[in-house]
Design a protein around this ligand. Structure first.
Ligand SMILES: Cc1cc2nc3c(=O)[nH]c(=O)nc-3n(C[C@H](O)[C@H](O)[C@H](O)COP(=O)(O)OP(=O)(O)OC[C@H]3O[C@@H](n4cnc5c(N)ncnc54)[C@H](O)[C@@H]3O)c2cc1C
Length: 423
């Protein structure tokens, strides 16, 4: 192997963790000052809070409010080392990984590398759309939408104007619904005031869903209430319709319809992501890695997989656990408990319910078999998300931001700080 990453010597076994998402950080938090050398690797030097990406993308929150410094998070740990690195390959024979800054050996490896956009092989869609899986993509969406509105005001061609002010969101899951709802509020409270020159061109929002309902992972009641909210917000919904083509200016749908738009936001599919080097038979549905009941990678003694990228079949979850934050948090904490114990216990998932918000006072919640909607569901959604954000300062920033926009209906971050260009 070539260059090595500098890691100080330790008398304790080394646990290398790939990924500072929910799974990785909750695993580490339980091992504070315990007799392990913890080495965390991530391509970013911050932890992100994906449930609020859509608020950054729609100018509601500044990005710094929903990311948190990894080094700061673990300042008090005497057994913690962070290296900002892209992990490229895993060499299971030599208990080593190769990164873009060099090689590292491990005694135990925890793969917590999460998931990424799945475009189902549609290269044109991938090249011309923007996903919502990272804070960088959220900022790209914000810039792209605002740049297009600047282009819209500067053309006399009415068709071109409309194309710049039409936004197509693909995927009727929570991310797509929340994105569409926030854009509808942008249209209602900001667009007309900020862009008087576009009075004849309303901001058009399309939401495209291949299935027959939205929020299909939630209760039927939640799905139905969401349809009503989407209608109230003037969102053009297409059910049973898939995106077939997108060349950057026109979207072609499976029903033959075309929509002229410069903006396609892709939330329709996710797949596990992990470094190269693992045998193909370990890779299961959704590009996730097959683990046993202890999150151990099948046939490997010292490699564990947690969070979105882990595929664990159980009687209750024959197709693997849902790819949501509570799964990642619970698996991270459970695996750490096992590392601290001599009697390892199998993982069992505790389903806390599901929430989604479509706009202010418009939300749905399925909790303990009960369905809630409207203000109460929205209040629960806001409280749960506020409590889940890392760091007191970030909670305060998000809370103050929400408080002020609750009364003013404003979105305070309508800035093109970094111009977006399609690759
Ligand atoms: C827009 C959006 C909205 C969501 N809303 C909700 C919600 O409301 N409620 C909910 O429960 N869940 C929600 N989720 C899902 C939830 O965010 C995920 O289930 C959760 O983040 C998974 O955690 P994880 O630790 O497995 O992976 P992630 O949080 O994805 O973290 C993976 C980490 O690994 C790093 N990484 C990956 N590959 C490499 C590599 N090769 N080298 C170095 N670093 C690497 C990444 O930088 C990242 O920091 C949402 C997701 C998205 C995208």
């Amino acid at each position: 192997m070539n260059k090595k990453v500098y890691i100080p010597e330790s008398k304790h076994p080394r646990i290398v963790i790939v990924g500072a998402g929910f799974a990785g950080i909750h695993f580490i938090k339980k091992l504070k000052n315990k007799p392990f050398q913890i080495v965390l690797l991530d391509r970013n030097n911050f932890h992100q809070f994906p449930p609020l990406f859509y608020q950054v993308a729609t100018s509601g929150l500044e990005p710094d409010a929903i990311i948190f410094s990894i080094r700061k998070m673990f300042q008090e740990f005497n057994n913690f080392i962070f290296r900002m690195a892209e992990v490229e390959t895993i060499d299971t024979e030599n208990n080593a990984i190769q990164t873009d800054i060099g090689a590292i050996t491990y005694d135990h490896l925890i793969v917590a590398s999460g998931s990424t956009n799945n475009f189902y092989g549609m290269d044109d869609v991938q090249a011309n759309s923007i996903g919502l899986k990272t804070i960088q993509e959220s900022l790209d969406i914000r810039s792209h939408i605002l740049q297009n509105l600047e282009r819209a005001v500067n053309t006399l061609d009415l068709e071109e104007k409309q194309r710049f002010s039409t936004i197509v969101i693909v995927g009727g899951g929570p991310a797509g619904i929340e994105m569409a709802g926030a854009m509808a509020e942008f249209q209602k409270y900001i667009y007309k005031k900020d862009y008087p020159d576009l009075a004849l061109n309303p901001l058009q929002i399309f939401l495209i869903e291949a299935g027959s309902e939205v929020l299909s992972a939630m209760s039927n009641k939640s799905s139905k209430s969401t349809l009503t909210y989407l209608k109230e917000l003037d969102i053009n919904l297409r059910l049973d319709t898939a995106v077939k083509k997108y060349d950057g200016t026109q979207v072609t749908l499976s029903n033959g319809e075309t929509i002229d738009s410069e903006t396609l936001i892709w939330t329709a599919g996710v797949k596990g992501q992990f470094p190269k080097g693992l045998q193909p038979d370990l890779i299961q549905r959704g590009n996730r890695l097959k683990v046993d009941a202890f999150n151990r990678l099948e046939s490997k003694e010292n490699i564990y997989v947690i969070g979105d990228v882990a595929y664990m079949e159980t009687a209750a979850y024959p197709n693997g656990h849902p790819m949501v934050a509570p799964t990642a948090i619970q698996q991270g904490e459970h695996l750490a408990d096992n590392f601290l114990s001599t009697h390892w216990k199998p993982f069992t998932y505790y389903d806390k319910g599901a929430l989604a918000t479509i706009g202010k006072k418009k939300a749905v919640a399925d909790l303990k078999g009960k369905h809630f909607k409207g203000f109460f569901a929205w209040f629960i959604w806001s409280t749960v998300h506020l409590m889940s954000i890392s760091g007191f300062k970030n909670k305060l920033r998000v809370g103050l931001n929400w408080g002020s926009s609750y009364f003013s209906y404003d979105k305070n971050n309508r800035f093109i700080i970094r111009k977006f260009k399609r690759k």
